[in-house]
Design a protein around this ligand. Structure first.
Ligand code: PMP
Length: 287
């Protein structure tokens, strides 16, 4: 199936779709985005993604230029048009095309685009065996600077962390906040489990509040796990039975080695297996 792209009101092919070199999304990272998945043609938690997108936009003073309902409909139409049953959807709003100055008033309308494609972050073998990780030296940005709650086009600290992981020859990185608390992975939220208690950092600790994270918490509570949202240290991860990452693209995947230490017994564990099964059932139901 070819990639389907909607940009500023029109469908374009991969070769035709482009943005101006004067777009402030490109010149300044001035914009917001979402990553969304569809399963069997049904989009998972689209309203939650659109809500987060509009909250991100509002917090950076960016008017998307269309009501949420129209945005939702556009994404649903693009997904249906693509014919890709299990898709990954990237929805982006930038400040728009301006000039070389920073003044956002020069950008008369936002650039909006939606790409419907597919994504696979790791091989099946990585999902079965778990990922190797290091703690990155690059922290997430300070929560009173650009709040990590804003899913903005400024991903440089996460990309630098990712590059640190590549240089260290591991699969993924764990990022800390500027106080040294555990925050998230390069594009995923983080959990640990010990003796049946599931822990994850709270949104106020300076993380992106993942749609998948929230679904995992709900499912874990329904399954009678005790779920605690509290600030975590690296110690909590090193001493956990299981560490795992969640995100729209990644879904759920174990971390079995971190900073050279084996986590738990070194294998993707029962909590990941249980929540993974529940997650697949949830996305298939589509609620
Ligand atoms: N943290 C960061 C930095 C991310 O980019 C993502 C992916 N959007 C997540 C966490 C996970 O969020 P979600 O479950 O909504 O995809």
């Amino acid at each position: 199936m070819p990639t389907t792209i909607w940009i500023n009101g029109e469908y374009k092919t991969r070769d035709e779709a482009s943005v101006s070199v004067f777009d402030h999304g490109l010149l300044y990272g001035d914009g917001v985005f979402e990553g969304i998945r569809a399963y069997g043609g049904r989009i998972f938690r689209l309203s939650e993604h659109i809500d987060r997108l509009y909250s991100s936009a509002k917090s950076i003073w960016l008017d998307p230029g269309m009501p949420q309902a129209d945005m939702r409909k556009m994404v649903e139409d693009a997904q249906a048009k693509s014919g890709i049953k299990d898709s990954y959807i990237r929805l982006v709003i930038t400040r728009g095309t301006g000039d070389l100055g920073m003044d956002p008033r020069k950008c008369d309308k936002p650039t909006v685009f939606c790409i419907v494609d597919t994504i696979a972050l790791w091989s099946k073998e990585r999902y079965e065996r778990g990922l190797t990780c290091i703690t990155a030296a690059t922290p997430i940005s300070h929560k009173e600077n650009l709040s990590p709650r804003v899913k903005s086009l400024n991903y440089l600290s996460h990309i630098l962390a990712k590059i640190e992981g590549i240089a260290a020859n591991v699969d993924e990185v764990i990022m800390l906040d500027s106080s040294g608390f555990v925050a998230e992975a390069s594009g995923m939220n983080l959990f640990c489990a010990r003796r049946g208690v599931v822990k994850t950092p709270p949104p106020y600790s300076g993380i992106l509040r993942g749609v998948t994270r929230d679904a995992m918490i709900e499912m874990a509570r329904d399954a009678n796990y005790e779920v605690v949202e509290e600030p975590l240290n690296r110690y909590d991860l090193y001493s956990a039975d299981e560490v795992f990452l969640t995100g729209t693209a990644a879904e759920i995947v174990a971390v079995t080695k971190l900073d050279g230490r084996v986590i738990g017994n070194g294998q993707s564990g029962p909590v990941v297996a249980d929540l993974g099964r529940r997650f697949r059932a949830l996305v298939t139901r589509g609620d």
